[in-house]
Design a protein around this ligand. Structure first.
Ligand SMILES: Nc1ncnc2c1ncn2[C@@H]1O[C@H](COP(=O)(O)OP(=O)(O)O)[C@@H](O)[C@H]1O
Ligand SMILES: [Mg+2]
Length: 220
């Protein structure tokens, strides 16, 4: 589903990914591990097309993701329907005036009927326990609430590829367990890529552990 070939990326000369080659296959859950600053979030931004490799190639479902292709509206729309990211900092992805609108935003772009959109919104607000917050402004929520809204918004699009950057941060144990269970139940029909430090949870989720080193490489 996803293939990286010798992908390197740096921020103004400071390397963040160094010649990363890897394949991610559908139906599996990959847990990406490595110390702070090793490049996990950068890797995820590349997968989403938010950053492009300085060198090397990124293939999604056999097609190379390039700046030129992402400028093509139809291509970009289709690509972004198929892959969703929950950012490490959920704040950067919440922009609607209510929780309900936030969760509706993605599904409303998918060409579903109004009724299907409604159903999605109710389902995912329920799954992530944010139904009671539906009229609240995401901006004013607690960190854990914001993360749950961000998860609901992305999951509601039911993307084939789900990328979660430290999704358990700021959540209590009950919530972490619940989300882990949910991911376990849905991972066989998707490709799930997660960065997380919570050993007990990642042991339940991981089909493949991907280790990154401080020098920005995938080592195992
Ligand atoms: N927007 C940015 N501008 C400059 N440097 C950055 C930026 N984002 C990340 N970096 C740097 O790139 C490296 C990799 O960061 P990151 O991908 O966030 O790692 P991780 O998610 O594994 O903690 C780090 O050295 C970090 O300081
Ligand atoms: Mg990170």
């Amino acid at each position: 589903m996803i293939k990286l070939e010798n992908v390197s990326f740096s921020y103004g000369g400071e390397p963040a990914l160094d010649r990363v080659s890897f394949e991610f296959h559908k139906g599996r859950c990959y847990v990406v591990e490595g110390p702070n600053g090793c490049g996990k979030s950068t890797l995820f931004r590349i997968l989403l097309g938010l950053n492009l490799p300085d060198s090397g190639q990124y293939f999604f479902d056999g097609e190379e993701i390039t700046a030129r292709k992402l400028r093509d509206r139809a291509f970009a729309m289709n690509f972004h329907k198929r892959i969703g990211l929950v950012f490490q900092d959920p704040e950067v992805q919440l922009f609607c005036s209510s929780v309900e609108d936030e969760v509706m935003f993605g599904p409303a772009q998918l060409g579903l009927s109004e009724e299907e959109v409604r159903e999605r919104v109710e389902k995912y607000m329920h799954v992530f326990g944010v139904g009671k917050l539906r009229k609240r402004a995401p901006f004013n929520l607690s960190g854990g609430e914001k993360r749950r809204v961000a998860l609901a918004s992305v999951l509601a699009m039911e993307p084939e590829v789900l990328v979660l950057d430290e999704p358990f941060n700021g959540l209590d144990d009950m919530c972490r367990n619940y989300i882990t269970e949910y991911l376990e139940s849905t991972k066989s029909e998707r490709l799930v890529i997660i960065s997380a430090h919570e050993r007990e949870l990642t042991e339940r989720l991981a089909d493949v552990r991907v280790k990154m080193s401080p020098d920005h490489r995938i080592v195992e």
